[in-house]
Design a protein around this ligand. Structure first.
Ligand code: 5GP
Length: 190
């Protein structure tokens, strides 16, 4: 088995499936895990901090990093909005003897998995239904009608990829889903 420095855990799901809540739970449970901070070109939300939630960068800066091969993977997750995992971020966490925990979209997750087939664990969080997903996104209050529809359309598409991942966790009950994720990760890190 690889040492903790070389391992990667990828949590992926359609947006609104609860992966952020599960990610936070896991980060509290396992001190050897660390959130992999992605680079993103979207605007920061009011509660978000640069360098903690994301590295918020300009489109020009993002394109420069693509050209210089600085990403493990990157995607235009939403129209005109780019997100990517920086090689330097994974290295920073490994140097810290921590295992990076990536909260990324489905296509990005498949790319990371392909690059680290032996040392990655990929977990797909499945929402109970598209209606429930819509309800969760609405209650989060961060979406306009347009972005809500885009996220719901994308979610339906992403659900079709669930069997590409090492583990699938149905999030019909958050504490139960967290406990399941915890057990899977405990085994992976042992
Ligand atoms: P949000 O804008 O709500 O923070 O995130 C939108 C989506 O982008 C989420 O599904 C999130 O997991 C995904 N995402 C965040 N960082 C990355 C990244 O580095 N790469 C990819 N491919 N997706 C990401």
């Amino acid at each position: 088995m690889a040492s903790v420095q070389q391992k990667i855990i990828i949590i992926t799901a359609p947006s609104g499936a609860g992966k952020t809540s599960i990610t936070h739970h896991l980060l509290r449970q396992f001190p050897q895990l660390a959130f992999s901070i992605s680079a993103a070109t979207r605007q920061a939300r009011a509660y978000e901090q640069d360098g903690k939630d994301y590295y918020f960068i300009t489109l020009e800066d993002f394109q420069h990093k693509i050209q210089h091969n600085e990403f493990v993977e990157w995607e235009m997750v939403y129209e005109g909005k780019y997100y990517g995992t920086l090689k330097s971020e994974l290295q920073r966490l490994w140097d810290n003897e921590q295992c990076p925990l990536l909260d990324i979209d489905v296509k990005g997750a498949i790319h990371v998995q392909q690059q680290y087939p032996e040392t990655s664990l990929s977990i797909f969080i499945e929402p109970p239904s598209i209606d429930e997903l819509k309800r969760r996104l609405l209650s989060r209050g961060t979406e306009t009608e347009e972005t809500l529809q885009a996220r719901v359309n994308k979610a339906s598409y992403e659900l079709s990829f669930k069997n590409h991942f090492d583990k699938v966790i149905l999030n019909d009950d958050l504490p139960r889903a967290c406990a399941e994720a915890e057990a899977i990760i405990r085994e992976f890190l042992s």
